[in-house]
Design a protein around this ligand. Structure first.
Ligand code: NI
Length: 276
């Protein structure tokens, strides 16, 4: 399957002011990163994968806010590495522009950047808040990362539907102490008890627009109080991680690993495809 020919290509380019804003603040909002047509196409693929839920992604589909084996309606479901099932996403303007921006924001050649995606769904009315956290807190403590996250909503992301909130400048700090939601290592979602959002800004985005954020950026998204799902397709662009010796102190990663078979399952899926 390839991306339908009829979807027109859009190319957008970061300015020097964009790069400077990101360096100062640790995030960037981009009005347009792809077309409405492509958002619609991505939305259909998104809905198909969420309809399959665990069937499509054993270990890679879970509710961030509840234990892995919880029954009932999901409140904050996520799918990791959707590109394993939808490799055409790599041909989209979303991905191409995202990589171009990521390279400029990080100051590295775009050819050097690897990427992996995730899809986060905040269901209408019941979508759970995403508590304050830094993305790097989820990652391997034995690695050092040069990375930037791209986040594009497929539905209007407003304060009411759960847009992102950032604390400008917080990317310059260390990874703070994090804990699992409900203090249960079988809940994937993390939050930090060392930040309360003081000084934060809400960053609403329309579908087809996007935000970028640094892996140490403190961020949050509220619950979805609207009657429409708030779907988002995110992609992490990163240089190959470098071994960190000694490792960072992140005991919550090891605690969570024992409850989740996702790393193994995803590694196998990637090995089968021959690439990440
Ligand atoms: Ni995050």
């Amino acid at each position: 399957m390839t991306l339908p020919q009829r979807i027109a290509r859009l190319d957008v380019y970061p300015t020097a002011d964009d790069v400077e804003f990101f360096r100062q603040n640790g995030y960037l909002r981009v009005e347009r990163i792809t077309t409405d047509e492509e958002v619609e196409w991505l939305g259909r693929r998104y809905d198909e994968l969420f309809a399959e839920r665990r069937g499509a992604f054993p270990g890679g589909y879970f509710d961030l806010s509840r234990p892995y084996d919880a029954e009932g309606a999901d409140l904050l479901p996520q799918i990791l590495m959707p590109e394993i099932k939808v490799p055409e996403v790599r041909e989209t303007s979303f991905h191409r522009n995202g990589r171009r921006y990521a390279a400029a924001l990080l100051g590295v050649p775009k050819e050097d950047l690897g990427s992996w995606g995730h899809m986060i769904l905040k269901p209408a009315r019941v979508g759970h808040e995403t508590p304050w956290h830094q993305d790097e807190a989820y990652w391997e403590p034995t690695r050092s990362y040069t990375a930037v996250g791209l986040w594009m909503p497929l539905d209007p992301a407003t304060v009411e539907s759960g847009c992102l909130h950032f604390v400008p400048g917080s990317h310059r700090g260390e990874v703070l102490h994090h804990r699992h939601i409900s203090d249960d290592p079988a809940v994937h979602g993390l939050w930090t008890d060392e930040a309360d959002g003081t000084g934060s800004v809400a960053v609403p985005v329309q579908p087809g627009g996007a935000t970028f954020h640094h892996p140490r950026m403190l961020h949050y998204a509220g619950p979805n109080r609207t009657d429409r799902d708030r779907r988002a397709w995110a992609t992490e662009f990163q240089l190959p991680p470098v071994t960190l010796d000694p490792p960072a102190h992140r005991p919550w990663v090891e605690e969570g690993r024992q409850a989740w078979d996702g790393r193994r399952v995803i590694a196998e899926a990637v090995a089968k495809r021959g690439r990440a």
